[in-house]
Design a protein around this ligand. Structure first.
Ligand SMILES: NC(=O)c1ccc[n+]([C@@H]2O[C@H](COP(=O)([O-])OP(=O)(O)OC[C@H]3O[C@@H](n4cnc5c(N)ncnc54)[C@H](O)[C@@H]3O)[C@@H](O)[C@H]2O)c1
Length: 339
């Protein structure tokens, strides 16, 4: 069964590609490589020992997406393509509205035109804004604190409207918490361009000596050690969550919105210590002022995903750090050293 992965060359998409193949599906990547490197395709071929199916193009090009859906007889789409940097979205909101909303609308139009009705969407815990309490459950009110989060919220609403208008559409909205780590083979991983925005790639580069130290934003939060607490989820657990969602949607489930997290929060300093253990390196760090918009604690209630998908995260923080380190130390320049 052929599954289209928009944004499949990116961090989460490449891991989802491997998980889909392992589960017996045939994934087809659609990517414009605006935030990924084509060398990931060669790596995926090495990991899976299979020719990689990839269509290079933009998800906002509706005619192109329609052709891809037809050409590969796609049964379901996992929509990961989009821009994801919160800070950049504040500085350049139109880029985010154009790419994220434009991409989702174009994809849905193409799917409607060829009668493809199963869609799994990459949403984010950011749709909960500043939650009143933790753990966060799916019924919590949604809000947004930046244009990136706003695009996720609006796409969720567009999908709900489409499902209401077309009850034969099956839509799974997956709200990711904080994906980290890499495939245990060490050949694929997170490869941000420039200075990383996320904690684990930043720590990895400090451990490698590519960055001097980590700034920990906020040491006076009401948490056990004063630093922010987040729900880190191994990217391979997340990838398996997508497989479970595709299976459920193709198996007749009518649609869902679920959190993909572990249900366990770790502080920044706990992650730093676990990474030092896994890498045998020191991660120099210093406490800096809080960043506006950051919340003290954010972790999931993962119960609904367990109930509806029969899925739960199983990899530990130690594995997340060991796998991130294997990837980063084996590929200090990410995919850029590949021919
Ligand atoms: N990584 C996270 O922390 C996180 C958390 C929550 C949600 N998400 C969401 O998950 C999805 C994937 O995230 P990721 O971390 O793998 O990001 P990524 O940037 O590594 O992957 C996104 C991929 O989409 C491609 N892309 C972007 N715009 C495109 C377009 N118009 N047409 C075709 N391809 C396009 C990029 O080239 C890239 O390969 C995103 O939608 C993101 O918002 C990510």
């Amino acid at each position: 069964m052929n599954i289209l992965l928009t944004g499949g060359a990116g961090y989460i998409g490449s891991h989802t590609y491997v998980a889909l193949l392992e589960a017996g599906y045939t994934p087809v990547i659609l990517d414009n490589f605006s935030n990924s490197h084509p060398a990931v395709l060669g790596r995926l071929q090495r990991v899976t020992d299979r020719q990689v199916l990839c269509e290079t193009g933009d998800v906002r090009d509706t005619a192109f997406v329609q052709d891809v859906l037809r050409k590969h007889s796609i049964q379901a789409v996992i929509h990961l393509a989009g821009d994801k940097a919160v800070g950049e979205s504040v500085a350049n909101p139109l880029k985010y509205y154009f790419n994220n909303l434009g991409g989702a609308i174009s994809l849905m139009q193409a799917m409607q035109a060829v009668d493809c009705k199963v869609l799994v969407f990459s949403s984010s815990a950011t749709v909960y804004g500043d939650p009143a309490s933790v753990p966060i459950a799916e019924h919590f009110p949604r809000s947004h604190t930046n244009p990136y989060g706003h695009t996720k919220l609006v796409i969720e609403d567009m999908l709900a409207a489409q499902s209401a208008a077309r009850p034969d559409w099956k839509v799974a909205v997956l709200r990711y918490f904080n994906p980290v780590g890499a495939h245990a083979c060490g050949l694929i991983g997170e490869d941000p361009a420039g200075i990383p925005n996320n904690l684990m790639p930043y720590i990895s580069r400090v451990a490698l000596g590519q960055l001097p130290f980590l700034e920990v934003f906020g040491g006076d939060y009401p948490t056990p050690d004063g630093t922010g607490v987040r729900d880190y989820i191994h990217v391979c657990d997340l990838a398996e969550g997508h497989v479970a969602a595709v299976r459920a949607m193709l198996g007749g489930s009518s649609g869902m919105q679920v959190n993909l997290g572990t249900g366990r929060g770790y502080s920044v300093l706990e992650v730093v210590r676990a990474f030092e253990q896994a890498s045998g390196r020191t991660v120099r760090h210093r406490i800096a002022p809080r960043r506006p918009g950051d919340v003290a604690q954010c972790y999931a209630n993962p119960g609904l995903a367990r109930q509806q998908l029969g899925w739960q995260a199983r990899r530990t923080l130690e594995q997340m750090c060991a796998d991130a380190w294997r990837w980063q130390s084996g590929n200090p320049n990410g995919y850029r050293d590949d021919a």
